[in-house]
Design a protein around this ligand. Structure first.
Ligand SMILES: Cc1cc2nc3c(=O)[nH]c(=O)nc-3n(C[C@H](O)[C@H](O)[C@H](O)COP(=O)(O)OP(=O)(O)OC[C@H]3O[C@@H](n4cnc5c(N)ncnc54)[C@H](O)[C@@H]3O)c2cc1C
Length: 398
């Protein structure tokens, strides 16, 4: 029996999450043949809000526009947030960002992850040069002279100049390349759920720093006449497990109390789930014929809602490096070209990982001196327009 023919592409993207599909969307019309391998088909969209949502900043929205996916994404479920309100439970420190102060209509949108993926997928599917292989699981990768040979678990084989690992923090592509990725646990879990709130959320992203970790209320579309919020509550692992086990009524009591009743009574509108929190950074994000983007390259604390945003900006940078070199007839898959992507992204992603770990350490404890220091810091930034602008720029909001 003869082996099946090897299918040829220019680029294989392993992983059809937000980072991988953004890259596919950006490469439409690039003249390069792109394959996306994804093991799980996307569940259909539902009217109920999904548990996993992301705060998407303006810089990422501009990338989605380039992918031709923004219009489909900004449907009735996408909720603009115009203000951010952050405060410390142990003091009077608080900081408030208002899009109007920066002359903007919004700071960003809260969008369900699967709606982002559906919109990106539609735009990638409409392109002649993008092939989606789903469900399909990457089985192995072999290096060849200036190319990679990818074998799927089905036995199908694909060859390409470049493989991109967009396959999450446990990235098989990164493991194949033997790239070090020291992962550190925060010993916290993020408890997520959706609630309806008695008071309107005012299109504001709210976050209180509690001794166990930050609690965020992110604005969502209304249902049954009541506004809804997506909750991301970072807590020590054992506390998160206890809160998961509570009866709904008891959980609602604990949540509204922890949130100081800022939005009145809350009512659960979804089940609860929890995700272990960790941080890490790949020692390398580019090799000859190989690149890593998104959580495959770095994973950070969700306290500032930046993980997906970083992956989207990775995809944009990598697409720019590839298309620019391709346009000039250069070896866009070579290590020296892909190093430009690595260099361009390393500073921001490392800075963000360090900053998130620092914030988490500074805020997630009940030391009196630290409480005084951070409250003074919050008030200082709140009264310094230049610092606030800088903060908004770093988080991609302006
Ligand atoms: C509680 C919580 C809240 C968050 N909130 C925000 C927020 O508000 N804003 C924000 O920007 N970020 C947020 N984040 C971070 C964000 O969710 C992640 O950074 C982002 O989803 C990572 O996307 P990705 O595409 O890199 O990876 P993933 O979403 O992990 O996608 C990887 C894909 O690869 C596929 N895959 C893996 N292995 C294989 C294989 N062998 N073969 C085929 N396919 C494979 C997987 O099925 C998956 O679809 C949050 C994270 C958490 C935990």
């Amino acid at each position: 029996m003869t082996a099946a023919a090897v299918k040829s592409f220019d680029i294989i993207i392993n992983g059809g999450g937000i980072a991988g599909l953004t890259l596919a969307g950006l490469l439409r019309d690039s003249g390069l043949q792109v394959a996306v391998i994804e093991r799980q088909p996307l569940p259909p969209l539902s009217d109920e809000p999904e548990l996993r949502v992301s705060a998407i900043g303006r810089a990422s929205l501009a990338v989605f526009e380039r992918c031709g996916a923004l219009r489909a994404m900004l449907d009735a479920h996408a909720t603009p947030f115009r203000e951010m309100h952050v405060w410390d439970s142990a003091g009077a420190g608080e900081i408030h960002f208002d899009s109007a102060e920066a002359g903007l209509d919004t700071l960003g949108y809260i969008i369900e992850n699967n709606r982002i993926q559906h919109a990106l997928l539609q735009s990638a599917k409409a392109a002649d040069n993008v092939t989606l292989l789903c469900p399909a699981v990457l089985g192995g990768i072999q290096r060849e002279q200036d190319a990679v040979l990818v074998t799927l678990e089905s036995g199908e084989r694909l060859r390409a100049r470049l493989i991109v690992g967009a396959d999450g923090f446990n990235s098989p592509v990164r493991r194949f390349a033997a790239i070090d990725y020291p992962l550190r646990s925060y010993k916290q879990k993020a408890l997520v759920c959706t609630v309806s709130t008695e008071l309107p959320h005012q299109h504001t992203a709210w976050q209180i720093f509690l001794p166990g970790g930050p609690l965020a209320f992110l604005p969502l579309f209304a249902s049954d006449g009541r506004d809804q919020c997506s909750i991301v509550w970072s807590l020590p692992e054992s506390e998160a497990d206890c809160l998961l086990a509570l009866e709904d009524d008891d959980f609602e009591q604990r949540l509204q109390q922890a949130f100081e009743y800022r939005l009145g009574d809350v009512r659960l509108t979804s089940p609860r789930a929890a995700f272990p929190l960790r941080h890490g950074h790949a020692a390398q994000t580019a090799q000859a014929n190989l690149a890593l983007i998104g959580d495959a390259a770095h994973i950070i604390h969700p306290l500032a809602g930046q993980g997906a945003n970083l992956g989207i900006l990775d995809a944009a940078e990598l697409a720019d490096v590839i298309t620019s070199a391709h346009g000039k007839g250069r070896q866009w898959w070579a290590h020296h070209t892909l190093r430009r992507y690595e260099r361009a992204r390393k500073g921001e992603t490392l800075m963000m990982e360090t900053a998130m770990s620092g914030f988490n350490l500074l805020f997630s404890n009940d030391n009196t001196w630290l409480a005084m220091l951070r409250n003074a810091g919050l008030n200082l930034v709140d009264h310094a327009p230049a610092l606030k602008q800088q903060f908004m720029r770093v988080t991609g909001a302006s």
